[in-house]
Design a protein around this ligand. Structure first.
Ligand code: IFM
Length: 764
């Protein structure tokens, strides 16, 4: 296995900040749960976290956040009566690694204690085949005979940011299976963890001590003999569609896993992983650095992808912890969704089903926010019901410790259009209209309805305007005619109109029923008018620059360095109220540039270049979502060196764990799936120059000079393709099992790609 499929370190840190970052880098997940990359003997102080997808809880007035499960992977050893731990024992050698091919975490540590060497090796995975379960192979060897005690079981000292979320925790052993069960405080959902073990040495007793349900294995270990045992654990919650109790389900699952055996469980897990990579791997020939960072980014997306049938989505910090409330933001639709859409549409569906599932929450928000609106105003920070988890005072000031009023929740209205756009993209690129019929069309129409009720018609100007919003640049709140937001709203009207036309033509009965259900027929002509008359700030006739919002040019001109020199605290937030960036033209993240990427067909290269050059020096990149937008537009306009720099920035964010961990007083350390999605977009859509629509797939290569070739997979209209782009040509191999011919346009040249037949186009 080449090291491009592995992330490895021989360092082990005892410092909390490093443990936190390492825990993020080495995390594994399977869409159902995430397990941070911590060591077997670690506990809540080292941020051990098994974060569950789609189950949330609130304690008192604190933020609702996802629930962390008890840790069924816990094991700690004593050697001749002395506790062994990477936190305190002398370490002779350590190596830990994450295999990106199959999401298997491995650690090997040689400890020195009481004059003896103890080698520990453990390997763990969360099954991609059986998402409720995980398995661990644990081995130890001593160089001299020693008295060893292995404490292994379930640790229910749970790391929570705003917990405790699991109440009435009980521990027991039943037919050799350890069980811990608790119940969430807010919605009384049971969560159960079971653990079984496969062991053929030592003598075993059970004890429950200090919130640990443990087996104690006594072993008089012989010198240089390796002792190996296997652990199986399973987590169930009352969100799972089980017919029995969660406790019984968890017990059954570990019994099955034990019956199957570690190697076979691993084989089945590996088979699932082989399929995942087969659909989506991207290879960059000639640039190992970029290759590894990109593959790691894809890995992050794959581990976070929701499990089939869950209608869950991906939180802004994925399953790396409870950060950002485990909430789903626009990050998913605008930054992660394209990867799934173009590689494994089955997962893209799940993300959209989540928005269909939470439509009622979006309707509730529309009714109750501000002066009250119609339609669907999706939550800025969305959890299981779609009600907004974002608070009005969402950022703490590190100096005064007061919470600052932010308008992310009530004014960042582009979120609804982001959802509608993704819904329509899915239909365009897959050709599958079932999602529209399943609720997608209703989502789109309700989003258009929301914008209509939010917009103002200016009679004197004969136009609609979207006023009082926050665009992607969150340093400037309550602005008028934000280019990004207005374009998103206009596009939503266009999509709503296209949806109506499509349904009327193809499913007239279904259309009538939907129009009646949501009583929208009378509003449809207004959507047609709004699509036409909604104002989006145009490029300046001379400079080509688009003013980000009304009166942006009246703000103070300064540099980012000068602005930051005025900071009195390193974590100080630059926006909200009196934030340093508020009176200036310094912006938090790509805004107009984000628009030019999202709607790239509507603007010329000249306009894109003018805006990229104008906004780039004014962008602080205070969000991990920013770099990829700059990378993609740079690739689009041929600024390939700059594109490459921004590409590496977005692709390396998690593998290098270089990011800020606080904004104001809020802990935001965790993984960055939006940036990971941005890495895929930059590679394939940016440097690869791929742009598909309902009619064809266009490929206009913009390969970076260092890259000899870029290979990737594409899913389009239910069929699959392998593409290889070099500095001179493009080769497309449609899967032999494809059902149809498909139109491609490579560097302006139209071709038809037939199942199993190579198409080859020279473009330079
Ligand atoms: O959605 C983003 C937002 O654009 C900037 N702040 C962080 C959020 C979550 O990633």
């Amino acid at each position: 296995m080449s090291n491009l499929w592995r992330v490895t370190t021989d360092k082990v840190s005892r410092e909390k900040e490093n443990i936190m970052r390492t825990g993020n880098i080495y995390q594994i997940a399977n869409g159902y749960m995430g397990y941070r990359g911590t060591l077997d003997e670690f506990g809540p102080d080292e941020l051990v976290g098994i974060t569950l997808a789609g189950i949330y809880d609130r304690v008192g007035d604190a933020w609702r956040e996802p629930v962390n499960a008890p840790n069924g992977g816990f094991t700690k050893v004593t050697l001749d009566g002395k506790d062994i731990s990477a936190l305190a024992t002398r370490i002779k050698k350590h190596r830990q690694s994450l295999n990106l091919a199959n999401a298997v975490f491995e650690r090997e540590t040689d400890f020195k204690s009481r004059g003896k060497i103890l080698k520990i090796k453990s390997t763990r995975f969360l099954s991609a085949d059986q998402p409720n379960s995980g398995a661990i192979k644990y081995s130890l060897t001593v160089d001299k005979a020693a008295r060893v005690r292995i404490h292994t079981g379930i640790d229910y000292n749970i790391w929570d940011l705003n917990g405790p979320h699991l109440l009435k925790l009980t521990a027991k052993i039943q037919n050799g299976i350890l069980l811990v069960q608790g119940i969430t405080g807010e919605t009384a959902k049971k969560v159960a963890v079971a653990e079984a073990i496969d062991l053929d040495f030592g003598s075993e007793t059970q004890e429950t001590r200090g919130n640990k349900n443990l087996r104690v294995i006594k072993l008089d270990a012989e010198a240089n003999k390796t002792y190996t045992f296997y652990k199986y654990f399973a987590v169930y919650t009352e969100n799972d569609p089980v017919k029995t109790s969660v406790e019984e389900a968890a017990i059954k699952k570990v019994q099955e896993a034990k019956g199957c055996g570690y190697d076979e469980c691993l084989n089945r897990h590996n088979a699932q992983w082989a399929k995942k990579w087969d659909y989506c791997d991207v290879t960059i020939e000639g640039d190992d650095d970029a290759q590894q960072a990109l593959r790691y980014s894809l890995f992050q997306l794959l581990i976070a992808a929701p499990i089939q049938g869950s209608a869950n989505s991906i939180p802004a910090r994925a399953l790396s912890g409870q950060v950002y409330k485990g909430a789903i933001f626009w990050d998913t639709e605008m930054f992660m969704f394209p990867f799934f859409l173009y590689t494994c549409p089955g997962k893209a569906v799940e993300l959209l089903r989540y928005r269909i599932k939470t439509l009622e929450g979006a309707r509730r928000k529309a009714k109750t926010e501000g002066t009250g609106y119609r339609g669907a105003f999706y939550a800025w920070e969305s959890q299981e019901s779609g009600d907004d988890a974002c608070t009005y005072f969402n950022i703490g000031d590190p100096l005064t410790k007061r919470n600052l009023r932010t308008h992310f929740r009530d004014k960042q209205v582009h979120i609804s259009g982001d959802v509608a756009i993704a819904m329509w993209e899915y239909f365009k690129i897959t050709g599958d209209d079932s999602l529209l019929l399943e609720g997608g069309a209703e989502v789109i129409l309700e989003c258009a309805r929301f914008y209509y009720s939010y917009a103002y018609f200016k009679k004197d100007k004969n136009r609609y305007e979207i006023l009082d919003v926050v665009g992607p640049d969150e340093y400037h709140e309550r602005v008028n005619n934000n280019a990004f937001t207005s374009m998103v709203a206009k596009t939503t009207f266009e999509i709503a109109n296209a949806t109506v036309n499509y349904l009327k033509q193809k499913y007239p009965g279904r259309f009538k029923a939907l129009a009646k259900k949501i009583d929208i027929a009378g509003e449809l002509p207004l959507f047609v008018e709004a699509a036409d008359l909604l104002y989006v700030p145009p490029p300046d006739e001379k400079t080509g620059v688009i003013e980000q919002f009304d009166a942006y040019y009246q703000l103070k001109e300064t540099t980012i360095e000068a602005l930051k020199a005025g900071m009195v605290h390193p974590d100080e937030y630059l926006g909200a109220g009196q934030g340093l960036a508020v009176p200036t033209r310094v912006i938090k993240q790509a805004d107009v540039v984000m628009m030019l990427n999202q709607f790239k067909d509507r603007y010329s290269d000249k306009i894109k270049k003018a805006n990229w050059e104008y906004y780039e020096p004014r962008t602080e990149h205070g969000s991990s979502l920013s770099a990829c937008a700059y990378a993609m537009v740079a690739a689009d306009i041929g600024k390939l060196d700059r594109a490459y720099r921004y590409f590496l920035q977005t692709a390396k964010i998690d593998i290098e764990a270089r990011y800020k961990t606080y904004v104001g007083t809020i802990f935001i350390g965790g993984s960055h799936p939006a940036a990971n999605g941005g890495a895929w977009m930059t590679a394939v859509l940016g440097f690869g120059g791929v742009k598909a629509n309902a009619e064809e797939v266009a490929i206009n290569p913009k390969l970076y000079k260092k890259w000899k070739a870029l290979r990737f997979k594409l899913a389009y209209k239910g069929d699959r393709f392998s593409v290889r782009i070099t500095q001179k040509d493009v080769a497309i191999v449609p899967d032999a099992l494809n059902k149809s011919d498909h139109a491609f346009r490579v560097a302006g040249q139209s071709i038809v790609c037939r199942p199993g037949k190579l198409s080859f186009v020279k473009y330079r």
